[in-house]
Design a binder for this molecule. Structure first.
Ligand code: UDP
Ligand code: MG
Length: 315
């Protein structure tokens, strides 16, 4: 099919998947867009896979992929992107927080105006708690400063042209961050602004720990600036040491030696914590190197159903 769009939807423990899927298909068919819809079951523990297979039986435009366990959204997206055969692709959340009504406009920008990446940017965040908003904002500001990529209000809801997708595929890292990687590749890009809808059903699968992990991962993947902190702190404290050294010697020579205890304890504490923090930072990078050299696959596929029938691995 010419100008085919691959719509990629990761799914993990969602209820009533059909609502979002039917809504998306409705939009695509009304707009007469040739499409394939790739549903990835990211090792759901509920009946998501049954719901997906039912949908795949009903619509032969659906490709259903089951991963062997829960690999996380980033990896589920990889499975979808690797299996996309269209001339462009769009990633969209299954909980309809990315309104599928924007797809025709994104597709038009690609097809008629020749943009190679169309980014969905979040306009307003509904009912978001202020602490979260503050953390998210500071995080994106730090990331922009030290890694040079602006992900403020960026989302995974974006269209990638085949060429951009190929560029994405050429990146070999095992620990992926779709938003960051698809910004890093460049290409002619434009934005569409959408309101983040409230989650239709179910709850968000992100825990605070997940988010913290994602933040650390995003920063350490795009920047090695934290590694320089150690040297920076070291130099700063060297200066401090010199002053203290002279003062201590002076005290000793004049017979006031005992008075230095407070200073010594404070110094011990500061040096100790800075050393530990820096060992931690180095540790994060070593972990990342370790993860990459292990060279494990990003995901493992258990089953694929394409055009209503099994494709590849057996039942
Ligand atoms: N998701 C996934 N694997 C996971 C967690 C989430 O595939 O381990 C999917 C989920 O089904 C949804 C999308 O990723 O389609 C976004 O998840 P969620 O709504 O929980 O995240 P949020 O909207 O809060 O960022
Ligand atoms: Mg959501």
């Amino acid at each position: 099919m010419k100008n085919m769009l691959s719509v990629i939807m990761p799914i993990y423990n969602e209820a009533q998947i059909s609502i979002g899927v039917e809504r998306t298909i409705g939009v695509l068919e009304n707009a007469h867009i040739p499409y394939e819809l790739i549903l990835i079951d990211d090792g759901s523990k509920n009946d998501s896979w049954n719901q997906i297979t039912d949908l795949a039986k009903k619509h032969d435009t659906i490709t259903a992929i089951a991963l062997s366990r829960n690999f996380g959204k980033e990896h589920a997206l990889c499975a979808g992107l690797d299996n996309a055969s269209g001339d462009c692709c769009i990633c969209i959340d299954s909980d309809m927080q990315h309104p599928p009504e924007f797809i025709p406009e994104m597709y038009r920008l690609w097809k008629e105006e020749g943009y190679e990446v169309v980014e969905g940017v979040k306009k307003a965040r509904i009912k978001e708690n202020p602490v979260y908003r503050f953390c998210a904002k500071s995080f994106y500001n730090i990331l922009k400063k030290i890694a040079g990529i602006d992900l403020q209000n960026a989302s995974d809801f974006r269209l990638l042209d085949k060429k951009a997708l190929e560029a994405w595929r050429s990146m070999p890292e095992k620990e992926t961050f779709f938003r960051g990687m698809s910004s890093w590749i460049g290409f002619r890009r434009t934005q569409v602004y959408f309101d983040v809808a409230e989650r239709e059903i179910g709850t968000s699968k992100w825990s605070l720990r997940n988010l913290a992990n994602l933040a650390v991962n995003a920063i350490t993947s795009y920047s090695s600036v934290p590694l320089y902190f150690a040297t920076g702190f070291g130099l700063l404290f060297l200066l401090f040491f010199l002053i203290m050294f002279i003062q201590t010697l002076y005290m000793k020579l004049n017979g006031y030696a005992q008075t230095g205890f407070t200073t010594i304890i404070i110094l011990q504490l500061i040096i100790g914590s800075i050393l530990l923090i820096n060992i931690g930072i180095i540790g994060i990078y070593i972990k990342k190197i370790y993860e990459e050299v292990k060279n494990r696959p990003r995901y493992i596929i258990r089953r694929i159903i394409k055009g209503g029938s099994e494709d590849g691995s057996a039942e």
